[in-house]
Write a new protein. Structure first.
Length: 390
């Protein structure tokens, strides 16, 4: 039985009428046939169909994507084991590869890559319209090998070529030290499978040096990671109540994560540092601690990624990353395309050559096809970007 026949027999609730769906599929089939027959070069039907799937998902929002089997394997490496590359979190902005945040201590970080930098070329090949996972594959490679990138930054008059030696990207996401007697500092660079365990170990080690009287949690330039780890980190300091909730169109996506009883008693003030590079899981932690009155948030407005992606394995080894819900802070605030507003605004100091920083900050609202925040954009097009609004 064909896909069209299945849709006609078993239409998805709330979707277009079977007749409309059939017409759209018929149009797609006609285009496919015309391309196969008339395109200047021979193209395999498999490549065309995969391109159609990728285009369909790319039209939804910046975070939904189709991952071929090799791409799906790459994704798994981000939360398990280790991988080698240059160490930057990337996204697509205006169809160009753009740095969301460099990962601290990695080759890209050491060579000065910054949030908002546009990677225009990789090994001489333009990244315009390059798929995100394809770009990831090109940036990654064996330790010690080199990759050449051409970077554009706001205010520069020409591209800067950077030759980067790939290295193992550490999955140790927690760093800690004592700022002064009694005052602890813990930095979380991203949220991986062992982050909560390492965070607790760091707190215990710092506490062994003397009673902790205050704690700074640094989430600046933390691009996010696993939702489960963000919930567990928050749970350390929240004794009861909601940590975060998710709401989607399908009931199964509606989940409320609550603090478990018996949380760690701390009794000391907490300050959480954030900036425009703090995204996703970082915003969950900051929002939870802020709403529950457990911490003071200091810094600048965060990135604003308030959506949840579900990874769906496919039978052929591929994977589907699909945005299935929005998440909300304990007080019901949506962070999507808005971010967390700090209790105390403190701009990060920049070198003189970076005076145009404010004009070049990259946030969720700058991304093409970003979802709007329901509370501030009910009547605005989901496809409108912040540049288009100006």
């Amino acid at each position: 039985m064909t896909i069209t026949a299945l849709i006609l027999l078993f239409p998805v609730p709330g979707q277009a009428k079977p007749k409309d769906t059939y017409k759209s599929l018929e149009n797609f089939s006609n285009v496919l046939s015309l391309v196969q027959k008339n395109y200047v070069e021979k193209v395999s039907p498999s490549d065309l169909l995969q391109g159609g799937i990728k285009g369909m998902l790319a039209s939804l929002d910046p975070h939904s994507s189709y991952m071929a089997p090799e791409d799906f394997k790459e994704l798994k490496l981000e939360t398990k084991g280790s991988f080698t590359g240059i160490g930057v979190e990337i996204t697509l902005r205006d169809n160009y590869l753009t740095v969301v945040s460099p990962i601290e201590g990695t080759p890209g970080y050491r060579l000065g890559l910054k949030a908002g930098d546009r990677i225009v070329k990789i090994n001489g090949k333009t990244t315009k319209d390059m798929g995100l996972m394809e770009a990831v594959r090109k940036l990654r490679g064996p330790k010690g090998t080199k990759v050449n990138i051409s970077v554009y930054r706001k205010g520069w008059t020409e591209l800067k070529k950077i030759n980067i030696t790939r290295d193992v990207i550490p999955l140790h996401s927690v760093k800690s030290k004592m700022l002064a007697p009694g005052y602890a500092y813990v930095r979380i660079t991203n949220f991986q499978s062992k982050t909560t365990r390492d965070f607790k170990t760091a707190l215990k080690k710092l506490g062994s040096k003397g009673r902790i009287r205050g704690l700074v949690i640094d989430l600046r330039n933390n691009p996010g990671g696993l939702l489960s780890q963000a919930v567990r980190i928050s749970d350390i300091f929240i004794d009861n109540g909601v940590i975060v909730s998710t709401r989607g169109r399908v009931k199964d996506q509606n989940t409320t994560y609550k603090a478990r009883s018996g949380g760690t008693a701390h009794g000391y003030p907490i300050a959480v540092l954030v900036n425009e590079g703090s995204a996703s899981a970082s915003e969950i932690v900051a929002g939870a601690l802020q709403d529950q009155g457990k911490a003071i948030i200091i810094g600048t407005q965060t990135f604003g990624k308030g959506s949840v992606q579900t990874i769906i394995p496919m039978a052929n080894g591929a994977g589907l990353r699909l945005t299935t819900a929005r998440y909300y802070t304990p007080k019901g605030r949506s962070i999507q395309a808005k971010g967390i507003t700090p209790d105390i605004i403190v701009e990060q100091m920049e070198q003189p050559e970076h005076n145009e920083k404010k004009k070049d900050i990259l946030r969720e609202s700058d991304l093409r096809n970003h979802m709007t925040n329901e509370s501030i954009g009910k009547n605005k097009s989901r496809r409108q970007t912040s540049k288009e609004k100006q």
